[in-house]
Design a protein around this ligand. Sequence first.
Ligand code: ADP
Length: 523
Amino acid sequence: MPQVLPDWLTPQQFQQAVKEMRAVVGDKWVFYEDGPALRSYRDAYSTLDDDAFLPSAVVAPDGVEEIQKILKIANDYRVPLWTISSGKNFAYGGPAPRKSGYVVVDLKRMNRIIEVNEEFAYALVEPGVTYFQLYEYIQKKGYKLWIDPAAPGWGSVLGNTLEHGVGYTPYGDHYMMHCGMEVVLADGTVLRTGQGSLPGTQCWQLFQYGFGPVLDGIFTQSNLGIVTKMGMWLMPEPPGYMPFMITYPNEDDLFAITEAVRPLKVNMVIPNGAFTVGLLWEAAVKTTKAQYSTAKGPLPDSTLKKIASDHKLGMWNFYAALYGPKPMMDNSFKLVRDALGSIPGAKFYFDGDRKGDPSWDYRVKLMRGIPNMTEFNIVNWVNGGAHIDFSPISPTRGEDAVKQYEMIKTRAHEYGFDYIGEFAVGWRDMHHVFQLIFNRSDEAERKRAHELFGVLIDEAAKAGYGEYRTHLAFMDQIAGTYDWNDGALWKLHHRLKDALDPNGILSPGKMGIWPKHMREEKA
Ligand code: ADP
């Protein structure tokens, strides 16, 4: 395969490095020749050309010792690595790195569930463990524990947490619910965070802190280490579960919904990840655009109304759930009904009210920790469908919800795309997730999607809304928006990078964090 390599690496050196990696993991676990195995690591949804992101090779180690040997080789030749766990982070770039000589370190073989502890409700997993796998394991064992999956259940528990992913049960903030990591640094040092550094501890997965600075965070959304184990708190199965959905007929209802949700969330009346879902997000799970229109451009309001009526949907559709003994749920529900039910036009749906509706079914599963893949249907909204998610953070406030919605919808329409969005309400903030669905086989459309995304970043940042996660193509741009006090935070990231990974071998460029020599090159 023709290699695009960084300046400091000759093809011979690169080949030699790959040969040495082969000797570590075995031929079967290195993909180097161009072919389906290597190509499966491309980003099938990229807004850039097909070959903008692609690995030059892939190596799949099994275990810390093999990782250490690979790191040694990478340091010897200064080969850039790109670590993934299950590589299914598709809304934010998938497994593919830049094309200049990166070797993907695929940790899928490290997929052991080391422990599930029912008494204390936690799991200790390796990077390759997926939500499906953990769920099935718990079912098989008969443990009364729930997991908190990301919407697509094929993702990695550890990978999603490192990316600050969120879910749908009361344990929806994955980073908040993790407990203890094992990390391999670029020089091969292995360390454990929190209580894990006390030999003989029984609390590695029970208490998040140790003695001294809490370092777990620097290994998330970063390129400062390879995480090889992580603890995850699980939710004890509650005695009762009451999912519900409320539809609201008007676009303008977003303001009132958001105002009503905030106190319910801040006071933990609604304990789980609550979602205010736009009409087309709901619709795209179960129908396609072509069923309503073959015209180019965003669907007009008249068609939106038809879709809403065909599928018994609102312009906004609110999902949440209550958990616990029935009297507790009944009490909490009174507060929910008084607040969210008093908005004119609100219509409640409960278990059994929407039989056979895939949107309702998959949300009910997610809110009780059953992984599935239904939400991925949205990608098929248009022919040749691909997606990239734009997800700014905002206060849970009506004013901000409306402002965000108007900003993004207006720009999306201007660029010829539908607004397919939802507000994921965490505890105090909202992730406004806009799924930019585009036809990737239409080059002009792909380019428009790319341009739109860049515009949205700048406009959101100007209004005080920062992205929480993004595609590799936009990491530099977004990192540049977090520039308070002359970019003090990214300067610190770079100091850490230089200290912990002086050869710059770990995922150079991840989150706009670059090794020194590459920063100098770019300057
Ligand atoms: P998922 O399949 O769960 O969505 P990925 O495996 O695609 O997650 O990982 C998402 C991102 O998280 C990767 O691109 C990488 O930047 C980072 N990452 C994943 N696994 C690790 C790991 N074990 N150590 C360090 N970073 C990781």
